[in-house]
Design a protein around this ligand. Structure first.
Ligand code: FUL
Length: 474
């Protein structure tokens, strides 16, 4: 008999739910901000924009999906309704929608076209529905909660499976100067009922806003946090309150750098698995502005964000705003393709597949060889009580390496606090090539090319015994 996991510390009792595992493994997905703002050149509409403005004459959601797939993006969240209240689907509960616009002669449904294109293309579809509605006259009354649930029901019953429902924390007054008391518990219950596999993000219990919109990330990103971070009031406090461009430039420094160290969690009342999502735009604005056609972020910048988020225990939610024709702009399309080419080329051959895996210790069953395959069917684990581990990968010949990918077995939580990657040099000694703190869902370490026949990962500190699921070397 091998000893059972004892989970002697509260900290590792939290692990992802099955719906969180779906989003964890999506890694990189997209936002499309599209509304009347696209036609008014605004970031926030005030809800008075005439429906007649909305007229994307060339709308082609397959073009969006093809471009996303070329980057390796696995899902798309559409702003079905932004703060201006304009609905991209013909909602039965408002006149402020596509049904009163010239788009497809008032017969169009952008949510339908986009969700269908996602399904055709084999990527996930997600719904952004702004709780803050600057058009609805019910806003600020209890009836607004009914109205909101009705709209949610339309979106969650008429467009197939949804992988996430994204509730923006941004909030202000309604058209009547009133503020809404949102019945979030009711919204959550409705989502669980209608789409049990969908995550609820940002103002929701499943996926956490990283706290900035610039693409900035934490050096040590934890997925086990105090439950209070999922409280809608806490999310609203840190969200955007005015239409101020500088909000999008805020960095981690403007929020909390540490959300999950042992010291930070000490004394917390309740913990939950609450993984970070880094949401940022490929351009300065969330919506399309022709004036920003020359300000599309460079491949270097985007890859840097990708490495720090996807490779730093966060999800990456990259916004690509469709233009007034209803298409992704050619520069954005090109950048997405470049990202995909870069990622595919870099991670084409996993050199670890031909290496011999050994460990200084294991529990006799979960051996280092289980780290070869990138799935959660098997894992590496030392005996409980051992909070360090050394895993060595050895080849017959010298290899040239630039990246190491490490994944913890997150179905058993996030445990590792410190690690070092070393390579054996020609004189037979190990030298450090990279050192880090958290691993979580995925850590991608990149470094200047090293030539070696032996790589060693040393876990030097862990909350309880480290459990890893995968090591890849490229
Ligand atoms: C913010 C909003 O105010 C922005 O317009 C955008 O939708 C961003 C993703 O979230 O809170």
């Amino acid at each position: 008999m091998y000893p059972q996991l004892s989970y002697d510390k509260e900290l590792v009792k939290c692990h992802p739910t099955s719906r969180q595992m779906i989003v964890e493994q999506m890694e990189f997905y997209a936002f499309a901000h599209f509304s009347v703002n696209t036609f008014t050149d605004m970031e926030w509409g005030d809800g008075t924009e005439p429906e007649s403005l909305f007229n994307p004459t060339e709308l082609d959601a397959d073009q969006w999906v093809d471009a996303l797939k070329s980057a390796g993006i696995r899902g798309l969240i559409l702003t079905c309704k932004h703060h201006d209240g304009f609905c991209l689907w013909p909602s039965a509960y408002t006149e402020h929608s596509v049904k009163n616009s010239p788009f497809r002669d008032g017969k169009g449904d952008v949510v339908r076209e986009v969700s269908d294109a996602c399904r055709r293309g084999g990527i996930g579809f997600g719904v952004y529905l702004s709780p803050w509605d600057r058009n609805c006259s019910l806003y600020g009354t209890e009836e607004y909660n009914d109205f909101f649930c009705n709209q949610l029901t339309e979106l969650l019953t008429q467009y197939g499976d949804v992988f996430t429902v994204w509730f923006d924390g941004a909030c202000g007054e309604g058209p009547n100067g009133k503020r809404q008391v949102y019945d979030f518990e009711r919204y959550y219950a409705l989502i669980r009922k209608l789409q049990p596999n969908a995550c609820i993000a940002v103002t929701g219990p499943d996926v956490r806003w990283c706290g900035n919109e610039a693409g900035d990330t934490r050096e040590s990103e934890w997925s086990v946090l105090p439950v209070r971070f999922a409280d809608p009031d806490e999310v609203a406090k840190i969200s955007q309150h005015t239409d101020d461009d500088s909000f999008r430039e805020k960095k981690i420094e403007d929020t909390l750098r540490d959300l999950g160290s042992r010291e930070f969690l000490d004394g917390a009342v309740g913990l939950r698995w609450y993984p970070a999502e880094t949401d940022t735009s490929i351009r300065p604005g969330w919506f399309y502005h022709a004036s920003q056609d020359d300000a599309v972020r460079s491949l270097d910048t985007l890859m840097d964000i990708w490495y720090r988020s996807v490779g730093g225990n966060s999800k990456l939610l990259l916004n690509i705003p469709p233009d007034r024709q209803g298409l992704f702009h050619e520069t954005d399309v090109q950048r997405l393709r470049e990202m995909g080419e870069y990622i595919r080329k870099t991670f084409a051959v996993n050199l670890a597949e031909n290496a011999v895996f050994t460990a200084d210790k294991d529990d006799g069953y979960h051996t280092a060889d289980h780290l070869r395959e990138d799935n959660y069917n098997a894992y590496y684990k030392p005996f409980d009580g051992e909070n360090t581990a050394e895993i060595t990968l050895k080849w017959e010949n010298v290899q040239k390496i630039t990246h190491v990918v490490i994944k913890e077995h997150i179905p058993m939580s996030q445990r590792v606090e410190k690690f070092v990657i070393e390579a054996k040099t020609a004189d037979g000694e190990y030298t450090e090539i990279c050192a880090g703190t958290t691993i979580g869902y995925k850590k991608i370490a990149r470094f200047d090319a090293v030539e070696t026949d032996t790589v060693r990962l040393r876990i030097t500190d862990s909350r309880v015994c480290p459990i890893l699921s995968f090591i890849g070397i490229y």
